[in-house]
Ligand binder design. Structure first.
Ligand code: HPA
Length: 269
């Protein structure tokens, strides 16, 4: 994995003169942030050695290099999910590449189903903890160059970044929740009892991404910030049929708020 990471990093560095300090995974709700990036270079995932190859037609992702909020950034437009069939170490490979390109902060977004009865559809939730129920991306041969064999997870999401984000949402009067994100493999949405179970074990929302990338970033010592858009509710009495289309529709409505938070947060780094 280290050799592969070095190979990919050399390839990118030989192609572009870049020194990104902020990594962004443009998950659901953050698509619009692309329009705010002063784009310097882009490269399709297909062209990057060792990057996972997308199996989904019309699902072409790319890396974007540029400036945002005065910072040099690298953004993933399109992420890899475990449910697509990639080995979990491949899902998180781009985060390893980011680290070796110089990234010092990782920002992530996603969509999730609220299981906290106080939540409403369209709410944003700053993630301050997670429960990872996707296979752990650190399972397998260990290389100390990446970090500890048994990484500490007492502060998966950076407290300073969370505090800054809370100041930003307060200033702009953006209703924002804070809580624990449960990550499950998907691709099925939850049964009513599964939603109930995720609430009982301590979750506020449930989704199908993010925790693998955060685990890998934390092993490598990168401070992380993640925010989720609540697109549906897994709360007794409020459960209705969920579709991917509905998730996308709700997320699109929250895009402006999500973009603003991330942009301001980056400018404060
Ligand atoms: N469950 C899992 N993942 C999700 C959901 C959900 O209800 N909503 C958006 N992503």
């Amino acid at each position: 994995m280290l050799e592969k990471t070095r190979q990919t990093v050399s390839f990118i560095q030989e192609k572009f003169n870049i020194t990104p300090e902020v990594g962004i995974i443009l998950g659901t709700g953050l698509g619009g942030l692309v329009n705010e990036i002063e784009i310097q270079h882009t490269i399709d995932y297909e062209e990057i050695p060792n990057f996972p190859v997308s199996t989904v037609e019309g699902h072409h992702g790319r890396l974007i290099f540029g400036k945002l909020g005065g910072k040099n950034i690298i953004a993933m437009q399109g992420r890899f999910h475990f449910y697509e069939g990639y080995p979990i170490s491949e899902v998180t490979f781009p985060v390893r590449v980011m680290k070796y390109l110089g990234v010092k902060t990782l920002l992530v977004s996603n969509a999730s189903g609220g299981v906290n009865p106080d939540f409403e559809i369209g709410d944003l939730m700053i993630i301050d903890d997670h429960i990872n129920l996707i296979p752990n991306p650190l399972i397998g041969v260990h290389n100390n160059d990446f970090g500890a064999r048994f990484p500490d997870m007492s502060e998966p999401y950076d407290k300073i970044l969370i505090a800054r984000a809370q100041d930003i949402v307060k200033k702009h009067h953006i209703k924002t929740q804070i809580g624990c994100y449960v990550a499950t493999t998907g691709p099925t949405f939850e049964t009513p009892k599964e939603y109930q179970y995720f609430r009982i074990i301590g979750g506020d929302t449930v989704g199908m991404s993010t925790t693998p990338e955060i685990i890998v970033a934390r092993q490598m010592g990168i401070p992380c910030f993640a925010i989720s858009i609540i697109t549906d509710l897994g709360v007794p009495g409020k459960i209705v049929e969920v579709t991917h289309e509905e998730v996308q529709k709700v997320a699109a409505k929250a895009e402006t708020k999500m973009t603003l938070i991330m942009r301001e947060l980056i400018s404060q780094l």
